[in-house]
Write a protein that binds this ligand. Structure first.
Ligand SMILES: Nc1ncnc2c1ncn2[C@@H]1O[C@H](COP(=O)(O)OP(=O)(O)OP(=O)(O)O)[C@@H](O)[C@H]1O
Length: 304
C-alpha cells in the first residue's frame, strides 16, 4: 500500500503481539498486524497456519490468550465495533428456503444504517436473482449471496474467507471486480485464500503466516521480488551444462522439449541463447508467480 496510507490514524484493525493457544498448541504466535483504511490484504498460509484463528479473534468470536486485538480502536466484541464489520458466512450457515431478497432484507434489519437493498444487489451481482430460493442456486450464485449478506450493514471492514471457492473463472473474476469496487470506496478487505493468483489479482498487501507467525509481508510485487529471479522457457539445442555456465543462470532443467531456466537477470541470458542457437524458438520470459514465491518462503521458513 502507498506509505501515505500506512499512518497510525488510518489503522482500522490491529493485532498487537497476539498469541492464541489451544491447550499445548500455539495456533497464533506473537502476531502483530495492522490493517489500514482502503487496503485489500490477503492473509496467506498453509493449512493450519493460524489464518482462521487470527480472523476469528478480529471478529470477536474467540479471545486471544495474550496480546491485544482492536477494531476501530475498540474491543472486537463491542457492538459499536461489530456493526462496522462484515463477514462472509459459510454456505451451511444460511437458511436454504429463503428467497435471495429475503436474505438481504433479513441481514439488513440487523444494522442501524444498512446499504439500500438495490445497492447490495448491484454490488454483489445479484440483480435478477431476487426471487430465487437460496437452496436452488448454483454454488457460484450462493457465494455471491453470501458476499451480498456481508455487505448489508455497509461495513467499513470486510472479512472474506476463501470467497471464490468452487467458482468458475468467469464468476470468480466478476467477484474480484466487485471486491475491488468495494475497496475503491475507501473500505478495507481482509481476505484469506489458497488461490495465489487471487491474492495477486486483488491484494494491495500480502501477509504470509506460518505456524502462527508472520514470515513475510509486502505488495505482491515485493513478495515475488524476494525470490530475486525470473523464469525463461524456450526450445533450444544447447547443452544444459553450457546454459548452466552462463552468467546469471541459477538453475536449468529440461522437461521434454522445453528448457526451463531460472535467472537473476534475463536479458543477457536471452541474448546468449539467441547468439549460440540459431534455431532457438518459443522463447518466453516470465516473472516469478506469487505461488512460486509463496512456496519458497514457506519452505525456507519451515526449515528454520
Ligand atoms: N478450537 C480449536 N481447538 C484446538 N485446536 C484448534 C482449534 N482451532 C484451530 N486449532 C488448531 O490451530 C491451528 C491453526 O488453525 P487455523 O484454523 O487457524 O488454521 P488456518 O490457517 O485457517 O488453516 P486452513 O487453511 O486449513 O483453514 C491448527 O493446527 C488447528 O488444528
Amino acid at each position: 500500500m502507498p506509505q501515505s496510507q500506512a499512518r497510525p490514524e488510518n489503522v482500522i484493525a490491529s493485532l498487537a503481539s497476539v498469541t492464541k493457544q489451544f491447550g499445548q498448541h500455539t495456533a497464533v504466535d506473537e502476531l502483530s498486524l495492522n490493517l489500514y483504511q482502503g487496503e485489500v490484504v490477503a492473509l496467506l498460509g498453509q493449512n493450519g497456519a493460524g489464518k482462521t484463528t487470527a480472523v476469528r479473534m478480529m471478529l470477536g468470536l474467540t479471545e486471544p490468550t495474550s496480546g491485544e486485538v482492536r477494531i476501530f480502536g475498540r474491543d472486537p466484541r463491542e457492538r459499536a465495533a461489530r456493526m462496522r464489520i462484515g463477514a462472509m458466512l459459510q454456505v451451511g450457515a444460511v437458511p436454504e428456503h429463503l428467497y435471495v431478497r429475503e436474505h438481504i432484507d433479513l441481514f439488513s434489519s440487523y444494522y442501524p444504517n444498512p446499504l439500500p437493498a438495490a445497492e447490495v444487489m448491484a454490488i454483489a451481482g445479484l440483480t435478477g436473482l431476487e426471487n430465487r430460493r437460496f437452496g436452488k442456486l448454483s454454488g457460484g450464485e450462493k457465494q455471491r449471496v453470501l458476499f451480498g449478506v456481508a455487505l448489508c450493514g455497509n461495513p467499513d471492514l470486510l472479512f472474506l474467507d476463501e470467497p471464490t471457492v468452487g467458482m468458475d473463472i468467469e464468476t470468480r473474476q466478476a467477484l474480484w471486480s466487485q471486491i475491488r469496487q468495494f475497496a475503491a470506496r475507501g473500505k478495507t478487505v481482509l481476505l484469506t485464500t489458497h488461490y495465489l493468483e487471487e491474492a495477486d489479482a486483488l491484494a494491495t498487501r500480502v501477509v504470509v503466516v506460518q505456524k502462527g507467525k508472520l514470515i513475510a509481508e509486502g505488495t505482491p510485487a515485493q513478495i515475488k521480488a524476494t525470490q530475486g529471479h525470473k523464469n525463461i522457457r524456450c526450445r533450444t539445442v544447447l547443452e544444459l551444462a553450457f546454459i548452466a555456465a552462463l552468467p546469471s543462470v541459477i538453475t536449468v532443467r529440461r522437461e521434454g522439449p522445453v528448457t526451463h531456466i531460472a535467472v537473476s537477470e534475463s536479458e543477457s541470458v536471452a541474448r546468449a541463447l539467441m547468439l549460440h542457437d540459431a534455431a532457438l524458438s518459443d522463447l518466453e520470459i516470465n516473472n516469478v508467480a506469487l505461488e512460486t514465491a509463496f512456496l519458497a518462503l514457506t519452505a525456507s521458513a519451515g526449515k528454520s
